[in-house]
Design a protein around this ligand. Structure first.
Ligand code: NAP
Ligand code: GLV
Length: 323
């Protein structure tokens, strides 16, 4: 990697989330210990843009990258990178490094477990009964092991979610693009042709895919139509994975029992969106697994140290595949 000898090397930080200030503080501390030659800068204090060698970002504003012509790498403060890869000012050759877990796996596992319990113990129906003071005892729970969960994605988060579900007695099956060997207790299938079969056998479908051209609109009526009656959908990946009107239609006609949604095509979800008015849909404001400040800063600094030593850090995005 080319460096101009004697020139200050800086990392420019921008995080649009509420965790930004704590993350920057932790980043400064960790850089001081592990990479003291890299000066942290908080956007919009760019200083001399030619000194900016690294950018660490979550939802940077339009034009953020334009003046940064000497960047060596971009470190995403997120697991998903689709917005970053769409940035027209991001040079095609630049390495993009995403977060791998950084504390998000445990949170995501809790979030999905909550949704699975909600569906398994028929809470959509129980909540509706309670709203009309109906003492309905016709919501029996079957054994967790007979309640099948299909997880779209067998990556960092999909696997952790699956492991948590196994610990709670469920039988999850993960779906991925390529063949993989997963820990004991987790079923696995891969490839486009396996998806409909997975949906057919899943009382709950959980989406933990990256958003790419291959996965956009993947949660649609084709899947909902083959799911077992009373199925439930959990989308904690990206809003564009889900065809909103197909979900509303499937729930309205009683084919699906409900959904737990954390991500939306437009965020914040507009007040007039029909998801808010459907009591069988639980809307959460993209909080399933927020980036954790200390763990994120540690991963960013670790990646920089590796890059500075000519090594490849974990989380390197395949820009052709989009994840
Ligand atoms: P990851 O490690 O890259 O895993 C992605 C998984 O998706 C891999 O198993 C991959 O298959 C599979 N996949 C990709 N394209 C596919 C396709 N066309 N068909 C079938 N499977 C495909 O990603 P991660 O760290 O688990 O994160 C997943 C996503 O979660 C992120 O991209 C982000 O959108 C979302 N997320 C949301 C929140 C939140 O708070 N709501 C927080 C963090 C992340 P292979 O194994 O074959 O490569
Ligand atoms: C959050 O949505 C992430 O991609 O990390």
């Amino acid at each position: 990697m080319n460096k101009d000898i004697g020139m200050t090397q800086a990392l420019l930080f921008h995080c649009a989330g509420p965790e930004g200030p704590a993350m920057f503080k932790s980043l400064c501390k960790q850089l001081e210990h592990k990479a003291p030659d890299i000066e942290p800068r908080l956007w919009p204090e760019v200083g001399n843009p030619d000194e900016v060698r690294y950018a660490a970002v979550w939802l940077p504003p339009d034009g953020f990258f334009e003046p940064l012509t000497k960047l060596a790498a971009v470190l995403a403060l997120s697991a998903g990178v689709e917005r970053l890869l769409d940035d027209p000012h991001l040079p095609a050759h630049l390495p993009v490094i995403r977060l791998e877990d950084a504390g998000m796996g445990e949170l995501m596992a809790e979030y999905v477990l909550y949704g699975v319990l909600h569906a398994h113990r028929q809470f959509p129906q129980l909540v509706a009964n309670a709203a009309t003071a109906h003492w309905g005892r016709d919501c029996p729970g079957n054994a967790a092991k007979a309640f099948h969960i299909g997880i779209l994605g067998a990556g960092v988060l999909g696997q952790q979610v699956a492991m948590r579900l196994v610990k709670n007695g469920y039988t999850p099956t993960c779906w991925s693009r390529t063949n993989r060997s997963l820990p004991e207790g987790i079923g696995h299938c891969h490839g486009d042709e396996a998806l409909l079969d997975l949906a057919r056998n899943s009382q709950v479908l959980v989406c933990l895919l990256p958003l790419t051209t291959a996965t956009r609109n993947i949660l649609d009526k084709e899947l909902f139509n083959v799911m077992p009656a009373g199925g439930f959908v959990i989308n904690a990946a990206r809003g564009e994975h889900l065809v909103d009107r197909d979900l509303i239609a499937a729930i309205s006609r009683g084919a699906l029992a409900g959904a737990l949604l954390d991500v939306f095509r437009e965020e914040p979800l507009p007040a007039e969106h029909p998801f808010w008015a459907e009591s069988r849909i639980i809307v959460t404001p993209h909080i399933a697994a927020p980036s954790q400040p200390t763990a994120t800063a540690a991963q960013v600094v670790d990646s920089i140290v590796k890059l500075e030593h000519g090594q490849q850090p974990g989380g390197l995005v395949n820009r052709e595949l989009g994840y």
